[in-house]
Design a protein around this ligand. Structure first.
Ligand code: GDP
Length: 441
């Protein structure tokens, strides 16, 4: 999987990693090579361009964490951008409805749809202990229904008995009826394929969807077809309400263009990957693991993650030590704010701290507000930050002027600091420093 893309990228990063320092030109040069590698992997042009722009911006502006090299840092940034490009989170099936949960499988002929239907049925019945029924709605291809029946016997999954002469909608209705009567948890509908996306096919998909009300509509596409796979997905997504994509033949895909572009171009998550002809060769699609396979630099990525973790722990410990002495000044607040920005904003932190839940002012502060807080604290003297109690009316006016804010805002900041330091004193009484430090990590 992804061998050729992997090789290209590791060539680029080997050059970077050896260096002690990286200039902006080095980064830009490397990113040009990354762009070529992505295009050769058949990644859609706008996706490759966005990716490279994003990584360049982050890499050029990045603060290099102590104890890692700039090259290692770039690898980590590329890794994170790849994970995002692949969809960030693992996309799960949503089957929590009144049974039977209907999964409609759609796709072109030869994409691997019938095989994948059986693979998924097997997975759900074996791993998740669901009672699964499969039905083939493919009346166009003579042996299609029989093919699914054979796969059903192989996998020990029930298939709907074949009744010749029924339309796809009639079969769907009969399948739904049987699934309800016999208390199946899941009904998998294998719809007919075509050679191309055409109106007749789409009309059939819509009619079947209307008759069976699927919770998941999964498009099966062949990853070996690269950009065509993405275009097919775009075509289907415009017509039926796709909930996800299954990419087949990932085992033979050295380039990876379909996997990399799918999410960005169609907005649809890849939920599973077919990785072989064997009936259990179906894997959940985990963006972070796939990115790891593409880059093949898991060691570097975890090294940078560990280093970042250490820095955060050191900061948190420093803070905890100060608080242990009953001190929490505005310099500490400033440090906190930069940590909060990393952690998802002040609101997130406020909700984690006991005594601060629902605290007005803190919970609603957005990113821009954090920047204003920063500005106010920068306009204070070191002494003011260490001893906020000396900030009188005159000083407040000066600070507000210096930071382009208002006295009210300065008051709000001081109030927030006071409430935080009180909350921390309360926490100290509870002996919760260890807990607090772990929350900051
Ligand atoms: P359909 O026309 O879309 O229903 O396609 P089929 O399910 O009949 O599959 C066509 C061929 O692709 C079969 O020989 C499958 O074994 C093969 N196939 C399906 N998925 C995969 C996969 O993930 N990897 C590999 N190597 N072969 C696959």
């Amino acid at each position: 999987m992804f061998e050729s893309l992997s090789d290209r990228l590791s060539g680029v990063f080997d050059k970077l990693r050896g260096r002690g320092a990286l200039s902006e030109d080095d980064v830009r040069g490397a990113m040009r090579e990354v762009r070529v590698a992505l295009l050769e992997a058949d990644v859609a042009l706008p996706v490759a361009r966005d990716f490279v722009d994003q990584v360049t911006e982050r890499a050029v502006g990045a603060e290099v964490i102590r104890s890692v090299t700039p090259g290692q840092m770039v690898v980590k940034i590329v890794n994170d951008a790849l994970v995002e490009m692949l969809g960030a989170e693992t996309a799960e099936l949503h089957l929590d409805v009144n049974p039977p949960a209907v999964i409609m499988m759609v796709g072109l002929q030869g994409s691997g749809k019938t095989t994948t239907t059986a693979k998924l049925a097997k997975r759900l019945s074996e791993r998740e202990r669901k009672k699964v029924l499969m039905a083939s709605l493919d009346v166009a291809r003579p042996a299609a229904q029989e093919q699914l029946a054979v796969l059903g016997r192989q996998t020990n999954v029930d298939t709907l008995p074949i009744v010749p002469g029924q339309t796809p909608v009639q079969i769907a209705q009969r399948a739904l009826q049987s699934a309800k009567l016999q208390a199946y948890d899941i009904l998998l509908l294998d719809t007919a394929g075509r050679l191309h996306v055409d109106d007749q096919l789409m009309a059939e998909m819509k009619a079947v969807a209307a008759a069976s009300n699927p919770v998941e509509t999964l498009l099966v596409v062949d990853s070996l077809t690269g950009q065509d796979a993405v275009n097919v997905a775009k075509g289907f997504a415009g017509e039926v309400d796709l909930s996800g994509v299954i990419l087949t033949r990932m085992d033979g895909d050295a380039r990876g263009g379909a996997a990399l572009s799918m999410r960005a171009v169609t907005g649809k998550p890849i939920k599973f990957a077919g990785t072989g002809e064997a009936i259990d060769a179906l894997e959940a699609f985990h963006p972070s693991r796939v990115a790891g396979r593409i880059l093949g630099m898991g060691d570097v990525v975890s090294l940078v993650e560990r280093a970042a973790e250490t820095v955060k722990i050191e900061d948190a410990e420093k803070l905890a030590r100060k608080m242990e002495k009953g001190k929490f000044d505005l310099d500490d607040l400033r440090l906190q704010i930069s940590q909060m920005q990393r952690m998802g904003g002040l609101g997130a932190l406020a909700n984690m701290l006991p005594g601060m839940k629902g605290m007005k002012g803190a919970a609603n502060v957005d990113e821009k507000a954090l920047t204003r807080l920063e500005a106010m604290m920068s306009s204070m003297t070191a002494k003011e930050r260490q001893r906020p109690d000396i900030i009188n009316a005159k000083r407040k006016i000066r600070i507000a002027k210096g930071s382009g804010t208002t006295v009210q805002e300065v008051n709000k900041l001081l109030k927030m600091h006071l409430e935080m330091s009180n909350a921390m004193k309360r926490l100290k009484k509870l002996g919760g420093f260890g807990k607090l430090a772990s929350m900051f990590n």
